[in-house]
Structure formats: structure tokens, C-alpha cells
Design a protein around this ligand. Sequence first.
Ligand code: PRX
Length: 655
Amino acid sequence: MTDTASVNIDALLKEGRTFPPTADFTATANVRDDSLYAEADADAEAFWAKQADKYLSFSRRWDTVLEWKLPFARWFVGGVINASYQCLDRHVEAGRGNKPAYLWEGEPGDTRTITYAELLEQVCRFANALKALGVKRGDRVGIYMGMVPELPVAMLACARIGAAHSVVFGGFSADAVADRMNDSGSVLLITQDEAWRRGTTVALKRNVDDALAKTETIRTVVVVRRTGNQVPMTEGRDHWYHDLVESQPTTCDPEQMDSEDLLFTLYTSGTTAKPKGIKHTTAGYLLQTMYTHDVVFDIQPDTVFWCAADIGWVTGHSYIVYGPLGNGVTSVMYEGTPDFPDKDRWWATIEKYGVTVLYCAPTAIRTFMKWGKEYPEKHDLSSLRLLGTVGEPINPEAWIWYRQFIGGGRTPVVDTWWQTETGGIMIAPLPGVTVLKPGSATRPLPGISASVVDEQGNPVPLGGGGYAVLTRPWPGMLRGIWGDDERYKETYWNKYGDKYFAGDGARIDEDGDFWFMGRVDDVMNVSGHRISTTEVESALVDHPSVAEAAVTAKADAQTGQAVAAFVTLRGGVEESTELAAELRDHVGKLIGAIAKPKWITFTPELPKTRSGKIMRRLLRDISENRDLGDTTTLADANVVNELQSRAAAEADKEQ
Ligand code: PRX
């Protein structure tokens, strides 16, 4: 565990404020007492069976709740279900077709309201179009788009015909798209001409053209027109979305899928340079997202839910698409950045649509704090009754600010801990029941079982730091890594054998509440997004001027962590600010802008042990400007003094 993590947790543990639920909130809450915990503890499988009966519409009910052949789980075995039927047809059949599924707000100010009936029709048309283009059950389909309604339409159309989607965040580069398409073996890629972002455009189609030069499996590209600017179309390969759907029938029978059929893969960073294609299957994932969405966000018939994440990340998959649509809820979906045209865009949006639940990342909250409370104060935010956060530990100041200035000092704030791998929320308060503590995600949800253990796998006494593990399978758990069962076992199961290793440091306090402290491996968390140190290192070393590079995370007031790189240049190459800028762009080109190093320190040599291993711990201490402690294992102790002064100079420059 990094020292920064320990320092943070010490600070957090001094945080003594508590916020019990108000009687008013509890009176109408979906969960009003803690009997659900007891019920789930008594018999977890019976608990999940009951939830499946409550939330899921199978066309053939399952035979067995769970088949657990460690580490491979199968949930609701024998069940037949379709995710798009679950999210759409059910609600229309129940007479709720006129209820808005999405209140969509485009960045330039255009808006669209899409009801459940309309969404179903669009999904059917596009599903038919995909079939006409030769996409079959079991195929993988890539999606690389901005936050437009056609993105959830595309995902659900894939689900309808039994193809698995693989969404790539629209901020990733052409190379990142190509890697993911090649790894998943996708046959078709859905994109748009360009995306709007802070008043300018992102050239998605152009990136796709570059990516396709490096992919072998994609035969067809579908392009949604968004900005209307001209983009090159390759005859025979590229098709306009609007041309395709126009002539298609408005109905399409949902494919009968097995509970365990692949719903999607989503790539996430691990400790190596190669991202992992996390596999999620149908019934268990749907249950995890719907159940958690319902109990954690206390969904009511009139809820207007806004998850402000991007659908390119798991948060958007689970809480913009499958959870809310599964539950038949109205969601706000916003295309652009929070500061366009001004820094009050979110607050104006909440006022305009009467949003009742807002779910966002601590990094956004810290940015809003920096911009100042005058922006939210310009708007009536009284519709809000609940706030949520996800993606990284939230510092108590940000939690308190969020509750005070966004939640009017009234609303509960639910801090939700989970991962791409878990599919849905795992550790979080039940807002009608749980006493909230700023900085703590509180307790594992009913049905979820977690612990904090030491290196040997023994539970750490309350208050002690250790590794977060999940001790029972759960319905939304990843079913593996696409094409790499060995890596799945190695990453999550080999450390403890029978417990899922989450890669996070944590502590449990005397009330049983969890306090997360950040990653314990080589994964950084920048603005709530996972980036692998190794991935950035290989991108740097890919540049012809670079001989060697080491990357660490450095604490950053706004983004939580930022990327700090130490770079040794090849002989004869001059250090310069221009070269540093070029290296940043190179990382941007290979991975995406979010992975660009904020700090680059050139160094003639990296600190290494006598056996030649880079001393990353030391580099972390140097970038955090901490006391270095024992450096006697270093091959050359002088390297360090030089590095310290260079890193300090670099940090000064950036401030
Ligand atoms: O380190 C934890 C952090 O984000 C990681 C998962 O990242 P990702 O798969 O990208 O999913 C993010 C959205 C679910 C975790 O291993 N993390 C997520 N939520 C929290 C958190 N750390 C502390 N508190 C949280 N609430």
C-alpha cells in the first residue's frame, strides 16, 4: 500500500461526523430497516433467488441459482432472458410506453425526449439493420461514440440480437480503438461523424478510419450523423445510420439468450500494458445493476435519475443504461462538459429537468468546489433528494461540500464502491437505513460479502489496514477476461485462492464500515479512471527519443491522482520542454488524453536496485516530495539526489 494511502486514511479516520437518515427520508424509502442484511446473511443464494424473481423477467425461469466452480461462476443456470426485452418491452407491455426513458440534453442546447416506446422502436429498427449487415448472435460489435441517444440504442440493439457490445470510451485514441477491436475480434464498429465537446468537435470517424488501418476483423462501419460536418465515407464499408434504419421494420423479436450468454466486454487497465476485456453475462449482471440501482438510489416512481458518467465507462453501462432502463426509470443524459457554455451547466440541467438523484465522481465535485458555490447557488436544486459518488475515495471536505451546496444540507450522500469487474455497486449505504460517514462507503450491500485481509489472507483486526477482498460470488461478477482465463485467475484469485482480490487497500472501523484507500498495485486512478502505469510506460518507450521510462501516480488536488513520468532519453537526444510536450502528445496518441503525464522529469538514470529493478516506491516518494528513508539497496545513490531536485523543479513549473 502506498504511503499516500496510509496518510489519507489516517486523515479520514479522524473524521468523526455522522449523518443518520432522517425520519422523513426513511418513511418513504424502499428499504427502511436492516432486515435485508439479516435475510441475505442467513442464506445468500435464497436471497439472490428472491431478488431475481422480483427484478428479472425470464422467458424460461432458471433451474439453479448458482454454480460455483471457483473461480468461474454461473448464475441463474438454465434461465432464458433478453436484456433489451428486460429494459424496454416489459415496460411498454405494462402500459408505461409513454414514460420518458431519456431526457437528453445536447451540449449545444438541443434536446430530445425519448419514451420507452420510442426507444423500443429505435432499438428494433437498428437491430434489424445490424442483422441485415450480417451481424449474428455471438458476434462482437464495437461502439466508439459520444453521449448521444444512439449509443444506448446501439448497445440494446446488440443485446436484442444476441451480439456482445464492446464500447470504447470516445476519449480514447485510434490506436486504443484498434487494440480493443482486435482483441475482441469485433466484426462491425458503430461511431458518429464527430462528437461535441466544450464547444469544439472530436473527430470520431477520422479516428475510426485510422484505427481500421490496423484492424483485420471489422468489415462494416455504421456512422451516426451528429455535428453534420463532412466526413469521408468508404464506399461499401461505411454506412450512415439514418439511411440504414429508415426502411427497417419497427419490431424485432428479441433473441432468446441464456442467462450466461455474453452481454458485453469492457476493457479496463490492469498492471500490464495490455488492457483486459472484462466479460459480463446477461442475467446476473442485469440483476446486480437493477437491484443496486433500486436500493442504493432509492428509486421511486417519479425519480429523475442523472448519472453524469460517460457510457464509455462501466458506471455509464450500469447506471445510464442497464440499471435505470431495467427499472423503468427516467434518466437525464447529457452530452457535453460541465463548463459549457458556463460553469453552471449541471445545475441548470438539474433545475430544468427536476433531477431527483445525481450520481457523479469526486473529481467532478472537487472541480465544482474550485469553481465556487456561486454557480450552484444561481439555481433551484430543491428537486434533489439523494446524491451519490463513485470512482475513487472521496475526501470528507468534498463530501460535506456536495451535501451542503448541491444537496442543500438535506440530502443523503451515498459513496459507492465497486469496479468494472464487479458489474455493479458492492459496498454502499442504504440511504433509508445507514448512518453516513463522510469518506466511508460504509457496508457491503445485502447479498455481498467483503473483508479486509493481510498478506496471508487473514482478516485484519478492526481499524487495521489491509487488502479488500470479496468473499462470496455475486451475480454481477466478471465471468473472466476475454480470451485469457489464465490472466483472470492470476489477477484476481491466485493471491488468496478462494477470495476475490480487488486490488484496493481498505480498513474497516469499529462499526464495520469500510474506508477505501486507493489501489495497491500499479494502477493509477486519474479522475476516477483507471490507468495502468505500465501502459503509459510502454507508450513513452514507444517514442524514438526515449530509452527508459517509469511512471507513478502523484496526488493531485483536483483529479485525485495525476500521472508523473520519469524519462531517460536515448544518447544524443537533448532534453527540452518541446520534447516533453511531444512525449505527452505521443501518450495521448497511443492511449488517449486522460493518460497524458502531467509531470515529466528527465533523468540520466532511473533509480535501480543492484539487481536492476526500478525502485518505483522511491519514485513515488520523490514525486510526492517525501522523505526517502532507506536507500541503501540502490545501485547508485547519487541518482536519487539529482532526481529529487529535478522533480521538485518540474513540480514548481507546473503549478
Ligand atoms: O480503486 C477503486 C476505485 O476505482 C476502482 C475501480 O475502477 P473502475 O473499474 O474504473 O470502476 C470505477 C467505477 C465503478 C476501484 O478498484 N473506486 C471506485 N469507487 C470507489 C473507489 N475507491 C474508493 N471509494 C469508492 N467509492
